[in-house]
Design a protein around this ligand. Structure first.
Ligand SMILES: Cc1cc2nc3c(=O)[nH]c(=O)nc-3n(C[C@H](O)[C@H](O)[C@H](O)COP(=O)(O)O)c2cc1C
Length: 144
């Protein structure tokens, strides 16, 4: 797909087939993430991929367990692809995705979060190019 079409085509998907992705595709996605621009060329970002549906489900449930809904009044994300904000019945913060790429950076580095989201953007674009659905999840730090 043309790159500019790909950017428009990519959407956050929160409903997944009950099928695992190929390891070769996962490796391409991780490589794309690691080629993202990063502060000072420091390459501090670490991607930890969970290529196991049961493990993703277990950690996805932990991700939701401490989700605080109290400040959410009036927010709305998607009716077609409801998020945890839209549907309190969703108990898996990773929406049953069979694979999750967790992105880590140094705790006290000023640009860790910026680096992480540059990495995440490369990951979701690479997934789209491979015909795979994806969604960036920002609540990973909630179960520290
Ligand atoms: C920084 C950031 C954090 C996000 N965190 C979440 C999240 O925790 N849960 C979720 O379901 N979607 C999350 N998203 C996905 C957004 O909800 C989504 O990108 C937005 O609604 C626009 O929809 P689109 O991606 O389909 O264009 C996040 C996106 C970004 C860029």
């Amino acid at each position: 797909m043309d790159f500019f079409e790909l950017i428009k085509y990519r959407r956050s998907i929160r409903k997944y087939y009950d099928k695992q992705i190929k390891r070769s595709d996962l490796e391409k996605i991780i490589a794309a993430g690691l080629y993202a621009p990063n502060a000072g060329g420091g390459q501090r970002t670490i991607i930890c991929a969970l290529h196991n549906r049961d493990l993703c489900r277990k950690i996805g449930k932990l991700n939701v367990a401490k989700f605080d809904r109290r400040n959410l009044s009036g927010t709305y994300v998607s009716s077609e692809q409801p998020s945890i904000i839209d549907d309190p019945a969703i108990k898996n913060g990773f929406y049953s995705a069979p694979t999750v790429c967790a992105i880590f950076g140094p705790k006290n580095f000023l640009y860790s979060i910026a680096d992480a989201f540059c990495c995440a953007e490369n990951i979701v674009l690479a997934a789209t190019e491979l015909g795979l659905s994806s969604c960036i999840i920002a609540r990973g730090g909630n179960f520290q």
